[in-house]
Design a protein around this ligand. Structure first.
Ligand SMILES: Cc1cc2nc3c(=O)[nH]c(=O)nc-3n(C[C@H](O)[C@H](O)[C@H](O)COP(=O)(O)OP(=O)(O)OC[C@H]3O[C@@H](n4cnc5c(N)ncnc54)[C@H](O)[C@@H]3O)c2cc1C
Length: 492
């Protein structure tokens, strides 16, 4: 088939990669330009990060976690891409590297552990390598610097058909199948609505804002040991260090939109590092070993979004598929979007391989998306809702939920955290969930896990809570510190 993929970000490139070699003729259309030229991979990674103009992907310079689902699919299906990523500086962090020392010493491999690995790498590096790899495929061509500005619709037998797109400048591109991979700002739903086709959308605001600053290790210095934190949750503030490639790393801070004072301070480069140094675990990264390479940058509009392209068993459109963020989005804090994008691309390849009837393949793609990705989406949304309640409790002193239900849930969470730190079987289950190797929380239906967690429940909540003890300033202490800084800066 003649396939037109709009957008060559993560989902567009993964979709082209997955569909390549199946007898299709694939065209990618992308509004931004290609990665800057470079003499080698190291220079390429630096230039991609510092010089590539990526207005089309606002999250491009925010760090990304690349979870086991994405990494294991790449390893199994695209080994030559994995090789290229490692050559460009991406670092695999295996399951054993992530275990606390007590569990690592007695570790014995179990089937499936080989999928539990993540990749430390800047998104710019991954995207550049992926871009280079996909555009070298013989059945893929990329039109860059071309913006899609509308759709070409045809009347079908009762269901409209997407026949292609209109580009800025007036040209139309026609295809047998059109794919929307234009990401979180996709305008396709609006174009469909303007043509009288309503795509139902679920949208839930996570009510958070996300801040990033990038750093580079100075010559002669290395990363601090992984044990002892670097990621955590102080209730009002979530934080994390994202080790990258080629000596770069990022720090993220994430808080409720309502945290106005803290948000404003964090955006000031002269305050960001001081605030981070108040958080044990971050301070070790921001000592003399590191220098900042970017100013702090924030991103909002963090929503969980799910679009319904098939309703009551009937596709809204034929010969049209939305992949990646254009179809569904989860809170980036969970680091799931690139993994679900690659999975989505693989689902599409399966569907195209099985049935070419336009109605049946639209329904099959919708059904596979629902059965394989919806559990991930639902779990992310439930976590967002819990986090919103907790943030309200922290900021306005709204009472924490009480009653038997709330305390049982709290005791269970503490027991799982404590067991995961001390028991390899529970740790493995938690990591399978975290890495999306199985649906979030599925490990809790395993009888052995339940028996271990029951033992932890019996030993009492006070002991289990130690594993989740918050280390770092509480909200009032942090706000006092921020005020002392801002007053100091204003006085100076
Ligand atoms: C702050 C933040 C942090 C994140 N962190 C993580 C993480 O840690 N791990 C993870 O897995 N995911 C993370 N994500 C999610 C991840 O970035 C997305 O899920 C992923 O990029 C989805 O890929 P996509 O191709 O759908 O969208 P994008 O990667 O955004 O690509 C869309 C592409 O379409 C192009 N485009 C847009 N409009 C047009 C047009 N009209 N014409 C032509 N081209 C167009 C854009 O230029 C872009 O290249 C994060 C997201 C955010 C916002």
């Amino acid at each position: 088939m003649k396939l037109l993929i709009c957008g060559s970000g993560i989902a567009g490139l993964f979709t082209a990669l997955s569909l390549s070699g199946q007898g299709h003729d694939i065209t990618l259309v992308e509004r931004d330009g290609p990665p800057p030229e470079a003499a080698d991979d190291t220079e390429g990674a630096e230039r991609a990060f510092f010089d590539w103009e990526r207005q089309g992907a606002a999250q491009f310079r925010h760090p990304h976690a690349f979870l086991g689902l994405m990494c294991s699919l790449i390893e199994a299906h695209h080994p030559e891409l994995l090789e290229a990523l490692i050559a460009a500086g991406a670092r695999p962090i295996r399951f054993t590297d992530m275990l606390p020392p007590g569990l690592r010493d007695d570790y014995e491999p179990a089937p499936g552990d080989e999928k539990l690995w993540v990749m430390s790498c800047r998104r710019a590096t991954i995207e550049r390598v992926l871009h280079k790899h996909v555009t070298a495929l013989p059945d893929v061509r990329l039109l860059s610097g071309r913006t899609v500005e509308g759709v070409v619709l045809e009347e079908g037998d009762g269901t409209p058909r997407v026949a292609g797109v209109k580009l800025a400048g007036g040209e139309s591109l026609l295809a047998e199948v059109t794919l929307d991979a234009t990401g979180r700002t996709s305008r396709f739903p609006r174009w469909f609505r303007d043509a009288g086709i309503a795509i139902a959308e679920e949208k839930d605001d996570a009510e958070i804002q996300y801040f990033t600053r990038y750093y580079r290790l100075k010559p002669g210095y290395s990363e601090p040991p992984r044990e002892g934190g670097g990621n955590g949750d102080l209730g009002y503030l979530k934080y994390g260090v994202f080790p990258g490639d080629n000596g770069h790393f990022a720090v993220i801070l994430c808080m409720a939109v309502a945290e106005r004072e803290l948000r404003q301070a964090i955006l000031r480069p002269e305050l960001f590092d001081d605030i981070c140094r108040q958080v044990p675990g971050l301070d070790r990264w921001l000592d003399e070993r590191a220098e900042a390479t970017t100013d702090p940058a924030g991103i909002g509009d963090i929503n969980a979004v799910w679009r319904h392209f098939v309703e009551d068993g009937a596709p809204k459109l034929l010969d049209f598929f939305a992949v990646g963020d254009a179809h569904l989005r989860t809170n980036p804090l969970y680091g799931r979007g690139c993994s679900t994008s690659l999975l989505h691309a693989h689902l599409l390849r399966d569907v195209f391989g099985a049935d070419m009837d336009p109605v049946r393949r639209a329904c099959a793609f919708s059904e596979r998306t629902r059965s394989e990705i919806r559990p991930i989406f639902d779990a992310s949304l439930a976590d967002d809702k819990r986090a919103i309640v907790r943030a309200g409790h922290e900021i306005d002193g709204t009472p924490a939920p009480t009653g038997v239900g709330a305390s049982v849930k709290g005791a269970l969470r503490d027991a799982v955290s404590a067991a995961a730190r001390e028991n390899i079987h529970v740790m493995r289950g938690v990591m399978r969930s975290f890495n999306l190797i199985e649906p979030p929380g599925a490990f809790m239906s395993d009888w052995k896990t339940r028996a271990i967690i029951a033992r932890y429940l019996l030993r009492g909540r006070a002991r289990n809570q130690e594993a989740r003890r918050r280390v770092g300033p509480d909200r009032n202490a942090m706000l006092d510190y921020v005020r002392s800084l801002t007053e100091g800066v204003s006085a100076a």
